[in-house]
Write a new protein. Structure first.
Length: 176
């Protein structure tokens, strides 16, 4: 048991901390915040459904595999919400499968979702509410688009918001 300023730290706690840091850094068990790392191009015919045909590629945001996530571990409190969040690379793999199945809109939606994994949940909900008709001015929505692009590297999402601004402006759905 390691000690730090009078506090005992278990080896399990250290191992969990290292695992989460490595997942965040993008060591292959997780992704960094700004980039999506994929190792191969997938095909719907041979790789779909991903969870059963390529479970080796499916990891949670904290780096857990599908086999690591069990109901018993959830009940015992060994699995947290972050342990079941999806990883951006998994969404990219799903987007590749969508493209190979000639479903470009699904692929685009999955890539937008991958970007959204970098945005805190609370902020996503705030942005969602701001995008409802008559809730925001043109400038407020453009500011959100800029935030998405500059703060979260979410270029696809930012473009989506800018498109919404154009549509809302044409249809008179902006807050005055």
């Amino acid at each position: 048991m390691a000690q730090s300023k009078g506090t005992n730290i278990s080896p399990d706690l250290i191992a969990e901390a290292v695992k989460r840091v490595m997942a965040t850094l993008g060591d292959g068990s997780g992704d960094s915040d700004a980039t999506i790392v994929v190792t191969e191009k997938l095909d719907a015919g041979k790789d779909y459904p991903l969870g059963s045909k390529r479970p080796d590629l499916v990891r949670s945001a904290s780096g857990l595999s599908l086999d690591d996530i069990t109901l018993d571990k959830v009940v015992d409190g060994k699995i947290s919400f972050d342990d079941v969040k999806i990883r951006p690379a998994t969404l990219e793999y799903q987007a590749q499968i969508g493209e190979s199945a000639k479903r470009p809109r699904i692929a685009a939606n999955l890539r937008r979702a991958a970007e959204m994994t970098r945005i805190p949940d609370e902020r996503v909900l705030e942005m969602y509410n701001s995008l409802r008709p008559y809730r925001s001015t043109k400038q407020e929505l453009l500011d959100i688009a800029e935030e998405l692009e500059s703060k979260y590297s979410a270029r696809i999402c930012a473009e989506f918001v800018r498109e919404a601004v154009d549509v809302y402006e044409k249809r008179g759905r902006l807050k005055q």
